[in-house]
Design a binder for this molecule. Structure first.
Ligand code: SIN
Length: 277
């Protein structure tokens, strides 16, 4: 097995592991790499839907997305599609998946099906490092506080993406939950800065103005390039990320003559998490 670090902050590309092997031994090896690097990447993994599901089930029960319809035969696989002429794509802002749920996603396994010749990389940011490097005066203000995470607008948002399909019976519910701003990782006991630009709306116990000001500073801090890594996709590549300790951002850099005019298709499986504490 070879491990090539993607940046000084997080992420590693792994070779010499076969993701068709969903045995407990292989899972343990992969999960240890995941806990160490927070997001891991594998190339040339021509795994079937069933193999992707079997691998994911090692981490626990799989999630069905509240708003996006899964594949007919495999509802737990969400197909992320950017059609040829679309400039935008799903996931194009810093976020952690479904943090508006009581128990947000533990981990995600994303496999590339079709990749444009250029554009559409995915960035990840390390929220353990984000907490460690956060300004001390902000840390003092937020360390025991909770924030509201809301899915407000997420259902309507799907309509902005031509290739994405909502459930047949449309779900327009808003999910809103409160989570500690600094959560503790259930497996490593590390502290993690747990807010994100897309879903975190307000710090509880602060006036809106002060909450907005602090959240703005935190969101800028989380996007610092020295906390990130960036993965350039090829077909049949797989990313596995620890959704508790990273943010991610699918870059929609599709401009005429440079990525526009090509599809980008990914298959995503999410594993249920626990309640942040
Ligand atoms: C996402 O889950 O936000 C999508 C990531 C990607 O398509 O690269």
């Amino acid at each position: 097995m070879k491990v090539k670090l993607l940046s000084g902050a997080l992420g590693a590309e792994i070779s010499g592991i076969d993701l068709k092997d969903s045995s407990k031994e292989n899972y343990k090896k992969i999960n240890n790499l995941l806990l160490e690097h927070k997001v891991i990447f594998f190339r040339n993994q021509d795994i079937s839907h069933e193999e992707q599901i079997a691998l994911a089930q090692n981490w626990g029960p799989l999630e069905n997305h509240a708003y996006v319809k899964g594949l007919d035969k495999h509802p737990e696989i969400v197909r992320i599609v950017k059609t040829k002429e679309e400039k935008n794509q799903w996931g194009e802002n810093w976020h952690t998946d479904v943090s508006y749920n009581v128990k947000p996603t533990k981990a995600v396994i994303l496999k590339s099906i079709k990749i444009p010749p250029v554009g559409g990389d995915t960035c990840f940011s390390n929220m353990e490092l984000a907490w460690e490097t956060l300004d001390e005066s902000i840390k003092e203000k937020i360390k025991d506080k909770e924030a509201i995470h809301s899915s407000l607008g997420a259902e309507f948002f799907i309509d902005n993406y031509k290739g994405m399909t909502g459930h047949e019976k449309r779900n327009y519910d808003e999910y809103s939950n409160e989570h500690p701003i600094v959560r503790t990782h259930p497996e490593t006991a590390k502290k993690i800065l747990y807010v994100n630009w897309t879903y975190t709306k307000k710090i509880i116990g602060l006036e809106k103005e002060e909450s907005d000001e602090i959240l703005k500073k935190i969101f800028e801090h989380q996007a610092r390039l020295d906390l990130t890594c960036r993965f350039n996709w090829t077909e049949n590549a797989v990313a596995i990320w620890d959704n508790r300790s990273v943010l991610h951002y699918a870059i929609a850099d599709f401009y005429p003559g440079r990525g526009l005019g090509h599809e980008r298709i990914m298959d995503r499986i999410a594993i249920e998490g626990d309640q942040p504490h």
